[in-house]
Design a protein around this ligand. Structure first.
Ligand code: ARG
Ligand code: ZN
Length: 414
């Protein structure tokens, strides 16, 4: 790719590509059902031959994006290998075009004073950061806003602290947007912020007595890139040779570089040149290790698949206190069901999904010794995958809020 090397002062130039937006016209999403390792090997080969990319999935079912030009070939290979599948998205570009319908500005602006954010649509970075600025101005006694670092392209990484200001509070970290294309996560995290702040006086003590450190969008460059160039971009935007991007959730410095992370800068799971080689992860590492907070919980929101995952992610093993994490995980899943939400699967990350080293959860648990470290994979189950229509923001965020309340409870007792 020929991205300019220089940093531009202006965001629109920064992401301007001569070739314009990448289109996925005619590409399809298929859900495959696997019952042996040979079949997984078949998918790996199709991936190597660049006929498919893999989205979500686990050992028994993987969602694959089939390129428009490869539909016939992949159909043939899957049927030869007896791999069962069904088409979940018929035209990916159409799904992308329909996921985020434009807001009626006149109507919605009446309800919005001082900021442009809603939870009816996916918004650009400016709207999200504008909302955080608005909160800091409007609720100075409750909210402080900090920039904990800058992205590769120089965008701020903003963090909001919500606190009743008492000393001795326990601390909980929440982040979203580590992966650029997982749009539901910054939407969800800002929804949680909004609910806490507008309902603060009525929150239970377990919420009020926590110092909340919340970073809704850890990968701002990647996020803007998904809005301007490639909707399905996952990594940050650091260049490495002729490719771009480090997978920030393979770049954290606990057991960095192990299984499930790639040394190839062109791969989706490239772990970077070393632990914390990226400014986005380094900012988190520096902040958490020097904040002087009494960290009890660390939650990273991702999508998709509906999982509540805890360490370890680097290998199929569990920490000594895994029963506590499992128990709280089950409470979270129950709270989500009670809130009218769907079923979420609870388990250790490597066993439940796949081994992947360098994740934020492993680092929080392993290096920072934060007891309740979770990765929560939000909706859906593969019907839309990353391209979850905006009308799912509110139901998804509502159940995530229920999850966070359970975590507040566990953290205050920890
Ligand atoms: N989907 C997430 C990822 O691939 C899962 C991370 C789970 N945690 C872990 N340490 N592997 O980044
Ligand atoms: Zn993710």
């Amino acid at each position: 790719t020929d991205e300019p090397l220089t940093n531009y002062a202006n965001d629109s130039l920064r992401d301007a590509f001569p070739q314009g937006r990448i289109l996925y016209t005619g590409s399809q999403l298929w859900k495959t059902i696997l019952d042996n390792d040979d079949q997984l090997e078949v998918l790996r080969r199709l991936k190597e031959e660049q006929d498919i990319t893999m989205w979500g999935g686990n050992a028994t079912s993987i969602d694959i994006l089939v390129k428009s030009g490869s539909l016939n070939k992949v159909r043939q290979v899957l049927s030869d290998e007896n791999i069962v599948y069904h088409v979940t998205i018929n035209d990916l570009q159409k799904a992308i075009d329909e996921e985020n319908p434009p807001l009626d500005e006149d109507e919605d602006f009446d309800n919005r004073n001082g900021h442009r954010l809603t939870w009816q649509a996916y918004h650009r970075l400016d709207d999200i950061y504008g909302y955080l600025d608005y909160l800091a101005e409007t609720y100075p006694d409750l909210v402080t806003l900090q920039t904990i670092g800058s992205s590769v392209a120089g965008r701020p990484i903003k963090l909001i602290k919500i606190s009743n200001g008492q000393t001795g509070n326990k601390a909980v970290w929440i982040d979203g947007g580590i992966h650029a294309r997982e749009w539901i996560t910054p939407a969800t995290v800002t929804y949680i912020i909004n609910n806490f702040i507008s309902n603060w006086e009525n929150e239970p003590k377990s919420v009020q007595n926590i110092d909340w450190y919340i970073a809704p969008l850890l990968n701002p460059d990647g996020y803007e890139y998904t809005h301007t160039v490639d909707r399905l971009w996952r990594k940050n935007r650091k260049r490495a040779g002729s490719c771009a991007g480090t997978d920030l959730n393979r770049n954290f410095g606990y057991r960095w570089g192990g299984q499930g992370s790639s040394k190839n800068p062109c791969a989706e799971t490239y772990g970077g040149s070393g632990p914390f080689s990226e400014p986005e992860t380094l900012a988190v590492q520096r902040f958490i290790s020097s904040a002087g907070a009494k960290w009890k919980a660390y939650v990273s929101f991702h999508s998709y698949g509906q999982y509540i995952l805890y360490p370890w992610g680097y290998n199929r093993v569990v920490p000594p206190d895994y029963k506590d994490l499992e128990a709280v995980g089950q409470q979270i899943a129950q709270a989500i069901r009670n809130a009218g939400g769907p079923s979420y699967t609870v388990g250790p990350a490597a066993n439940t999904l796949y081994p992947a080293a360098g994740g934020s959860d492993d680092w929080a648990k392993g290096s920072m010794k934060i007891k309740y470290a979770y990765t929560i994979e939000l909706r859906d189950n593969g019907r839309y995958g990353f391209v979850l229509p905006a009308n799912y923001i509110q139901p998804t965020a509502k159940e995530a809020l229920a999850a966070v309340r359970v975590i507040a409870d566990a953290a205050s007792k920890a």
